[in-house]
Ligand binder design. Structure first.
Ligand SMILES: Nc1nc2c(ncn2[C@@H]2O[C@H](COP(=O)(O)OP(=O)(O)OP(=O)(O)O)[C@@H](O)[C@H]2O)c(=O)[nH]1
Length: 601
């Protein structure tokens, strides 16, 4: 009963900055090893959700098993674990990495190292991975592989002398990547005679099969019919199917040490599986569980309400469906004085929020209003207790509050030198504290501590616009710090709109309040009466705008009696109203909620 190496297997991930060509390379590897025919290679196969494809980003980690006949004459099994590239999904990167021994570090040879290159490669180094640098896009005239090699060595501190130059787009030197995987990355180790020990890497809901669980076997074997036990939850299941993705699902007699594959076991909900859990044999359990992962914590919350109150139950059902496949998204019922019944939802970040909202609207045909995104605050109360505040509308009376803590992030930004001044100014304006400033070739690398509250709304958009798209950004939550935070309310026509209230730093409240009123003035269409728009802290008004009254009768000009034209106009007006919500006597359009918060103050 001793561990041995499984020389014919290599398990690896691809880490890269967004758009450096990870998915294109993954497709080439699948194509070159002949796992799919050219006809089956439609679009990028690993990005298999519609929204991922449209937005060109990878969200869910997927895996694929490839067979490769190497130059040494042997056939290898290569398990590629795809990882998401966007900061919101960093936790998915870490769990995919835990299932592999090595990583390909893909760097765009015309762009060089970016913020997410660093964040992702450091995660791979933390996971003890062997790393093979791959220089992609060498077909581009601007590619400068030698300079990028130096940069990788200088900035990341790993040997890049054997970096593999490729073009994933044209297919140049994909063979070189496959050989490097076989020659440079270590094979897995394990003991096939030991009790089963496997890592639960991921799980998702499949309409035909129920919950599908992705596993990496560490020791022992996993077979159809076996009764397994999840060590974290204590639940036992009998295995219905065991297999691999090649990349199509393919059943196998068993999975052994070092292998990556799936099982199904009549598990009803994804929530019954815990990512990072250890799976063992129910009758012959392993002694010690694998080190798990930290559970995912939503960091951004917002309310989602149906435009049409009658859609509430449909919204509830749709959320349940989405949650089946995305355990990182949370929701609970909420009532708002202004918006009625809806849900308070938790997300991993703003992109995650946008994706979920888009899926609810598109896949389930719902019209939704989302409220201001908010981070999670820790409130210390005078009675000695601490509460978590997910919704500014639930803020207790200020007299009861001892102090408020807010989440801070550590952000790494890489920017061409000419935009450095603007980037520093932006970070300073957002209450940032500079930690470090270095150079990576001609680009500056700044490290800042920032309150997440100042980042969730539009920091990333602003950063991209002031750097003409060249700056890159990555962050992780670092800690909670006390701040002088106050609740700012917004009143439209003298009525508070709870969905627009937010916590802001006292020093920024006035500027934010003024900008918010100006923005709402632009976004709320004139009514038949004058509408005051005000921002207030406690009972004190800190900003005010007025929307002037306007008499707008669209049918007035067609008194000639053309009924169909009149109908059309009315329909058009109704259409325009669809995404409005009435607050007292005032209609506020949906855009006002998000846009009012995306302000340059
Ligand atoms: N010229 C050139 N373009 C490439 C090459 N590889 C990828 N691209 C292009 O770069 C863009 C981004 O490629 P993707 O493979 O989607 O990038 P990614 O890193 O997977 O992005 P995420 O999935 O969002 O993390 C696409 O438009 C590709 O066509 C290459 O070798 N040369």
């Amino acid at each position: 009963m001793t561990a041995r190496t499984f020389d014919n297997i290599r398990n690896f991930s691809i880490v890269a900055h967004i758009d450096h060509g990870k998915s294109t390379l993954a497709d080439r590897l699948i194509q070159t090893t002949g796992a799919l025919s050219a006809r089956e290679m439609t679009e990028q196969v690993l990005d298999n959700m519609d929204i991922e494809r449209e937005r060109g980003i990878t969200i869910k980690a997927q895996t694929v098993r490839l067979e490769y006949k190497a130059q040494d004459g042997k056939t290898y099994i290569l398990n590629l674990m795809d990882t998401p590239g966007h900061v919101d999904f960093a936790y998915e990167v870490s769990r995919s990495l835990a299932a592999c021994e090595g990583s390909l570090l893909v760097v765009d040879a015309s762009q060089g190292v970016e913020a997410q290159t660093l964040a992702n490669v450091y995660q791979a180094i933390d996971a003890n991975h062997e790393i093979v640098p791959v220089l992609n896009k060498i077909d581009l005239p601007a590619a400068d592989p030698d300079r990028i090699k130096e940069q990788i060595e200088e900035v990341i501190g790993i040997d890049a002398s054997d970096a593999v130059p490729i073009s994933a787009k044209t297919g140049l030197n994909i063979e070189g990547v496959l050989e490097a995987i076989v020659q440079k990355l270590p094979p897995p180790k394990g003991d096939e005679t030991a009790p089963l020990k496997a890592l639960l890497v991921d799980s998702w809901y499949d309409a035909y099969l129920g919950v599908v669980v992705l596993v990496r076997i560490v020791d022992g074997v996993m077979k159809k019919g076996q009764t397994i036990k999840m060590m974290g939850t204590g639940a036992s299941y009998s295995l219905d199917r065991v297999g691999v993705f090649s990349p199509k699902m393919q059943e196998m007699a068993q999975l052994g040490p070092g292998e990556v594959g799936f099982f199904t076991a009549s598990i009803k909900e994804v929530a019954d599986t815990r990512v990072g859990d250890t799976i063992t044999d129910d009758r012959k359990p392993t002694a010690a569980a694998l080190p798990g992962f930290k559970p995912v914590q939503p960091v951004v919350f917002c309310g989602l309400f149906p435009v049409d109150a009658a859609e509430f139950e449909n919204l509830r059902a749709a959320m349940g469906r989405l949650r089946l496949n995305d355990a990182s998204f949370s929701y609970e019922m909420e009532t708002s004085a202004a918006l009625g019944f809806g849900f308070r939802c938790g997300f991993l970040g703003l992109l995650h929020l946008e994706i979920i909202q888009e899926r609810l609207e598109r896949e389930f045909n719902l019209d939704l209003i989302s409220t201001a995104p908010s981070v999670v605050y820790h409130l210390k109360l005078r009675d000695g207790s601490t509460i978590e505040l997910h919704n500014p509308a639930d803020m207790p009376d200020v007299m009861k509050i001892e102090s408020i803590e807010e989440p801070w992030i550590r952000a790494t930004i890489l920017t061409p030198d000419e935009y450095l001044g603007s980037v520093l100014k932006l970070c300073q304006e957002r209450r940032g504290i500079q930690i470090d400033l270095n150079y990576v070739g001609k680009r500056a690398m700044v490290v800042y501590d920032l309150p997440l509250n100042e980042v969730v709304f539009d920091f990333y958009d602003r950063l991209k616009s002031i750097s003409k798209g060249y700056a890159s950004f990555d962050y992780h939550i670092s800690d909670y710090r006390e701040g002088d935070l106050v609740k700012m309310s917004v009143l439209v026509n003298a009525e508070p709109v709870d969905a627009l209230s937010m916590l802001v730093h006292r020093d920024r409240a006035e500027g934010r309040g003024r900008a918010m009123c100006e923005k709402l003035k632009e976004l709320i269409p004139p009514h038949m009466f004058q509408i005051p728009v005000q921002a207030a802290i406690g009972g004190k008004i800190i900003a005010r705008e007025t929307i002037r009254a306007l008499r707008k009768d669209v049918t007035a000009k067609c008194y000639g009696g053309d009924a169909s034209r009149k109908r059309k106009l009315l329909d058009k007006q109704k259409e325009g109203k669809k995404r409005m919500r009435q607050f007292g006597k005032v209609d506020i359009p949906q855009e006002a909620f998000i846009a009012a918060l995306k302000m340059d103050s």
